[in-house]
Design a protein around this ligand. Structure first.
Ligand code: NAD
Length: 442
């Protein structure tokens, strides 16, 4: 055993869990996304050297807020929704992470998503900690007025912990620039200021950034091309399957198609479609805009939703929800490379199967970091009230993504670990280094 390894193990062992029992909400539901995150952290601890003594920090969110969100419905009744905002870690800067509206949102999910934001923000070295929010609701069942009232009441409830220097929300699943505009307005009304910097992903006319809407998909494309070069995979002519065709999957699919790839299969909440010759992506995007789903798209074959995982392809892009790639389907995937557009789409058990099968996984914490990177640009532009053109934004985005990917690739080659563990090594060292520099208060 090397000296560095033994020091790290001794430091990790120094945390006595029996003396410091976990809070009750951390013990529950360890099979969910939070449990997956904890397993990912355990895999990185042996690589953290002396910083491992601070690793417990990574396993406990700094702050959890659960709020009741009551609103008047259009029919005169009052409905209550459950909302969350979790700040996982703010050692490196204010909390940063999206807000999700989905009927299956849970505290465990939001905790995991906030933790992955800490790791992601450190991986691309933007000066933020990690946070995430959500409301347990199916927004498709609300009228526009109900959606606005719910968004405003939620913003007001979490207003005590968010702010341009405290925690900055952004869009995630089922939230968009209009919802960010309502959040910005509500916070501004409550504070008597015009606080554009309190959220990112706003409309461009309200302090939003050019290129933000496309940024996550563009980042997925950028790191995908970099990784493809490393493994000798030609993008032009390659076959790609995409799960989730919203903000992330739709843009990534479009950019890969423009680079000459064939998008052979797409799955979303409303259907799974296939076309060996490649789907016409611009028409498909228009169809989704008009119909809300890929379901019913002409010039395609409908396949069973579970068959999506058997599709012959070179690249698979999960860009929907967590835990989609798990022990039950990882053995069937035909791709050479998986680019995680979604957060947490692959369970640790599936990671092991994929690694054994030599399928390269580009983890969420680097692959989908393009969105938060341009959110950072938006926040900087809001503070300086000086706005950049789209070419400048895209050039800066691509530079950061390529630089971050190169660093992670080098660690993975040097230490013979997966790209996920390599990204966690780079990011967790940065987080824990600031933890150590700041020290404990009091
Ligand atoms: P979105 O709401 O724009 O799109 C979500 C897509 O997932 C839709 O196509 C929807 O139909 C599909 N979907 C939902 N349930 C599904 C199911 N059960 N099976 C198959 N498909 C399903 O959301 P988005 O912003 O594109 O986010 C997608 C993923 O990317 C999420 O994991 C999110 O956390 C992650 N992400 C988003 C951003 C961002 O900037 N928007 C940044 C980083 C990561």
């Amino acid at each position: 055993m090397s000296k560095a390894t033994s020091t790290a193990q001794a430091a990790a062992a120094a945390v006595d869990h029996s003396a410091h029992p976990l809070p009750s909400y951390l013990e529950a539901d360890n099979l969910g996304p939070w449990g997956n995150y904890l397993q990912q952290v355990d895999r990185v601890i042996p690589h953290l050297g002396s910083l491992a003594r601070w690793a417990e920090t990574l396993k406990r969110p700094k702050r959890i807020l659960i709020v009741d969100v009551p609103i008047h419905m259009d029919d005169g009744t009052v409905a209550h929704f459950e909302g969350y905002r979790v700040q996982h870690n703010v050692s490196r800067g204010p909390g940063k992470g999206g807000v999700r509206f989905h009927q299956d949102v849970t505290l465990s999910e939001v905790m995991a998503l906030s933790a992955w934001m800490s790791v992601k923000n450190a991986a691309v070295n933007v000066p933020y900690g990690g946070a995430k929010g959500g409301i347990r609701v199916d927004p498709k069942k609300l009228s526009r007025g109900e959606l606005e009232r719910m968004t405003r009441r939620y913003t007001s409830e979490i207003g005590i912990i968010i702010g341009p220097n405290k925690d900055i929300p952004a869009p995630d699943v089922n939230t968009n620039d209009q919802i960010m505009a309502w959040m910005m307005d509500t916070y501004s009304m409550n504070t008597g200021s015009t606080s554009t910097g309190v959220v990112t992903g706003k409309p461009v006319d309200l302090g939003g950034s050019l290129g933000r809407r496309e940024a996550t998909g563009r980042g997925v494309f950028t790191v995908g091309v970099e990784a493809a070069n490393h493994i000798g995979l030609e993008i032009s002519g390659s076959r790609i399957a995409v799960q989730g065709f919203g903000n992330v999957g739709g843009v990534a699919g479009k950019l890969f198609a423009e680079a000459g790839a064939r998008i052979v299969a797409v799955q979303d909440h409303g259907g799974t479609i296939y076309r060996e010759a490649g789907l016409d992506v611009p028409s498909l995007l228009k169809h989704v805009e008009e119909n809300g789903s890929v379901g019913g798209f002409p010039e395609s074959e409908v396949i069973a939703s579970d068959s999506f995982w058997d599709v012959e392809c070179d690249i698979l892009i999960p860009a929907a929800l967590e835990q989609q790639i798990n022990a039950s389907n990882a053995g069937r995937i035909k791709a050479r490379m998986i680019i995680e557009g979604a957060n947490g789409p692959t369970t640790p058990a599936a990671d092991d199967i994929l690694q054994e099968r030599n399928i390269l996984v580009l983890p969420d914490v680097i692959a989908n970091a393009g969105g938060v990177t341009v959110s950072y640009f938006e926040w900087v532009q809001d503070f300086s009230s000086f706005f950049w053109d789209e070419d400048e934004i895209n050039a800066r985005l691509v530079k950061i993504m390529k630089h971050a990917f190169a660093a992670v690739w080098a660690v993975s080659q040097d230490q013979k670990v997966s790209l996920r563990t390599a990204t966690f090594i780079v990011a967790c060292k940065r987080i824990l280094h600031t933890r150590e520099l700041r020290g404990l208060y009091p």
